[in-house]
Design a protein around this ligand. Sequence first.
Ligand code: SAH
Ligand code: TMP
Ligand code: ZN
Length: 409
Amino acid sequence: MSNCLICKEPTPIEPFISFGKMPIANGFLGPLDFDKEYFFEMEVGFCSKCCMVQLLSQPDPEQMFHDNYAFFSSTSVRMAEHFRVISDTIRRDYLSDQDPFVVEIGTNDGIFLQNFAKANIRHLGVEPSANVAAVANQKGVHTLCRFFNLETANEIVAKQGQADVFFGANVMCHILDIHSVAEGIARLLKPNGVLIFEDPYLGDIIEKTSYDQIYDEHAFYFSIASVNNLFQQYGMHIVDVAPQSVHGGSMRYVLAHRAANRQVTDAVRLQVDEEARLGLQNPSTFQKFRQNVERSREELVKLLQAIRDQGKRVVGYAATSKSTTITNYCQLDSELVEFISDTTPLKQGKFSPGMHIPVRSHADFSQNYPDFALLFGWNHAQEIMAKEQAFVQRGGKWIVYVPEVKVIA
Ligand code: SAH
Ligand code: TMP
Ligand code: ZN
């Protein structure tokens, strides 16, 4: 039994789903490292007091974010466009006239802050994974290579003053040390400043049975209720929200100091109603989710076994972090999925975490099309299917498993 990571008073949480032993989702590896591969017990629980859905144990951050972090944000053209659009909105709505300052955590290769660097707007990125931080710095994005927390916040304030906007995409949900981060943000923001962050949304995960959003890096699965419960401890509250289609369904939250008395938008009230409709505060919702996950696994495994028995070839498309949950939970090995095609050079020639399916270049896919492509990058489906029309014209079929297991011809 673990205690809730959000509630200040010890609040015990029981798991509603257990995935068993899981490896590091982005831990692509070579054969020499197979026998020292790291595994942890992956269980998810719901705190009925603060409503936070959370991993009950997570590997040390240094196991996940280091000099060889395998995820490069800029591999997705659509994400670059997504961050360009939000950067324009921020410049229009949230920056002060005098020497504005934007701070971002999880800067990665600079995909968001490059828009501010190009416009000569004062900015600072904080990114602990050295290889991706170096790419950001090469692009002219000022980036500190370290973990963000209260101490980092105090140093930034001392050296560069407070910020108009604090931004984080797909990073807040990664950080176990979330209290130090929240306190640091409250310290770092100007009295009228805003925190804008986006992460995969619990409502989408429940509605679509997208259980592959659950992996080591995702310590938290946020909702309006749980985000408000966390940040109210630091004098902040949600003033606006905007659902996003990226990453399979995300939520963008805008928070401000309570003392600033910013108006709370109707969008927040509507989403609170939606969370009640989805039952996100109700433990039985998560029991139902577990049953849906088990059914989804059964259907996918049955389908892949039937295809194998017919002697047809299946190749995985995109070695996403999410695919690690699918391959390990469904026990998909290279008999069921011959290899995974991925455009990231760092992953090619390596093997997938846990199940050790080979990862190969896109050329290996396109020069010898398989009968089926298992779309591990389902969150990039539009972008991927648009550029892979030749695969379908040659008779290839897509297999997807979110929101349901099905074959698309
Ligand atoms: N914002 C990018 C990258 C998301 S991946 C995008 O949306 O595409 C998450 C990133 O957060 C990784 O690059 C990881 O190294 C970084 N990260 C993890 N813990 C962090 C922390 N405590 N402070 C700042 N960045 C962190
Ligand atoms: P993500 O789902 O965690 O964002 O990971 C994206 C991964 O998918 C990354 O390894 C690159 C890979 N990818 C491809 O191989 N081809 C593509 O067309 C896209 C969009 C991503
Ligand atoms: Zn709690």
